[in-house]
Design a protein around this ligand. Structure first.
Ligand SMILES: [Zn+2]
Length: 155
């Protein structure tokens, strides 16, 4: 399995991203950022790459499409195993056209065996999650951790 940089795919990502994510930084909650980071780690990101991604998403808080586009477009990343992860994430983001649904998909589906696709259930699950009280959210978060285990511990 391999992936090749596709200029048209990059263009579609930017087009969708500019429509659905505005403002300066991303608005995703930490558990979902951890899901993105866990996915990249799964697809073979090195420790040094993970450090960079953690900085990009947790400190600089780049918009998700910005982060994906920057990485997908990077010749350094293109030469690394983790590029296949970005290739899938770019497909997923572009097809989902919903940032919360994109992030939820990473918890509810397995990108290793499933093709990236639009999933209305994932979009709805994220919206429902946003409506929960902080107590309910903490409870659900604990249940997810008990069930899936810690995705990644980034301190
Ligand atoms: Zn889904």
């Amino acid at each position: 399995m391999s992936a090749k940089y596709d200029d048209k795919k990059h263009g579609r990502l930017l087009e969708v991203g500019r429509k659905i994510e505005k403002g300066v930084t991303h608005k995703l909650e930490p558990p979902f950022i951890d899901s993105i980071l866990g996915t990249l780690e799964f697809f073979g990101a090195s420790d040094a790459e993970m450090k960079q991604f953690i900085f990009d998403l947790k400190v600089a808080k780049y918009k998700i499409w910005d982060f994906l586009g920057m990485s997908y477009d990077s010749e350094y990343i293109q030469s690394k195993p983790v590029f296949i992860g970005f290739d899938k994430l770019v497909d997923l983001y572009t097809k989902m056209k919903d940032v919360g649904g994109f992030a939820w998909f990473l918890r509810g589906h397995d990108l290793d065996i499933e093709e990236p696709k639009k999933c209305a259930d994932c979009i709805k699950s994220y919206q429902d999650w946003k409506k929960e009280s902080p107590e309910d959210a903490a409870k659900r978060e604990k249940e997810m951790k008990d069930f899936y285990g810690e995705v990644i511990d980034v301190g």
